[in-house]
Design a binder for this molecule. Structure first.
Ligand code: TMP
Length: 211
C-alpha cells in the first residue's frame, strides 16, 4: 500500500499552495505522487462539485449536501485513491472526509455518528495516513480568499457565503478532531511563511516514508 496524505483547512489557509510544493518535492525525490481534490477528482465528481458550489443553489438542504459530498467521495475513492494506493503511490488529496466532519458536522450541526456511518459507506473505511491541517484565523483566511477572488485567482462558491459563526464552528471542529488524534494529524499555523510550513510538512512526510 502507498501513503495517503490529505490537506485540510479553512478557506484561504494556503493548502492548495502547500499541496503543490509537497508534490513537487516528492517528484524531485523520484516519487510519482497522485494529486487530487474533493469535491471533484473524477469526471462525475467534477459534475457533483458544480452542483455543490453553485452560489445559486441556496435551497440545497444540509442532508442533500452531505450526501452529495459523500457521493463524490465514493466515486473518488473507488476510481482514483484506492487504485493509486494499491499501486504503491503517494496520494495527496486537497480535502477528504475530515472536511465533512468539520463543515457538515461541526459547522452545520449534523449528527457526527450519522456522518461517520455515511462516510464509511463512501470510503469503505479508508482513512488518511496523515491529515495536514493548516490552521488560520477566520478573518485572515476569508480576507485572503476575497483578495484572490478579486484578482481572478480563485472561485467564490456557495460554501464561501456562510456566516462567520459557521466558520468559527468549522475551525473549532478541526482543532477538536486534531487534538483527539495527534498521531494522524499535523497542525500547522497557516500564517507562517510558505517555506517554513513546507519544511514542517516535509519533515513529517519523510518520517512516514521511511517508517
Ligand atoms: P475548496 O475547493 O476551495 O477547498 O472548497 C471546497 C468547499 O467545500 C469548502 O468550503 C469546504 C466544502 N466542503 C464541505 O463542506 N464538505 C466536504 O466534505 C468537502 C470535501 C468540502
Amino acid at each position: 500500500m502507498g501513503l495517503f496524505i490529505t490537506f485540510e483547512g479553512p478557506e484561504g489557509s494556503g493548502k492548495t499552495t502547500q499541496t503543490v510544493l509537497l508534490s513537487e518535492a516528492l517528484v524531485r525525490q523520484g516519487h510519482t505522487p497522485v494529486c487530487t481534490r474533493e469535491p471533484g477528482g473524477t469526471r462525475i465528481g467534477e459534475q457533483i462539485r458544480t452542483v455543490l458550489h453553485d452560489p445559486a443553489n441556496r435551497e440545497l438542504v444540509s442532508e442533500a449536501e452531505i450526501l452529495l459530498y459523500s457521493a463524490d467521495r465514493a466515486q473518488h475513492v473507488a476510481q482514483v485513491i484506492r487504485p493509486a494506493l494499491e499501486r504503491g503511490k503517494v496520494v495527496i488529496s486537497d480535502r477528504f472526509a475530515e472536511s465533512t466532519f468539520a463543515y457538515q458536522g461541526y459547522g452545520r450541526g449534523l449528527d457526527l455518528t450519522t456522518l461517520t456511518n455515511i462516510t464509511n459507506v463512501a470510503t469503505g473505511g479508508l482513512r488518511p495516513d496523515l491529515v495536514i491541517y493548516l490552521d488560520i484565523d477566520i478573518n485572515i483566511g476569508l480576507g485572503r480568499r476575497r483578495k484572490d477572488h478579486a484578482e481572478g485567482k480563485g472561485e467564490w462558491n456557495r460554501m464561501d457565503d456562510q456566516s462567520l459563526a459557521f466558520y468559527r464552528r468549522v475551525r473549532d471542529g478541526y482543532l477538536a478532531m486534531a487534538s483527539q488524534d495527534p498521531a494522524r494529524w499535523l497542525v500547522i499555523d497557516g500564517v507562517l511563511p510558505v517555506q517554513d510550513i513546507h519544511r514542517d510538512i516535509m519533515a513529517r512526510v519523510q518520517s512516514l516514508l521511511t517508517s
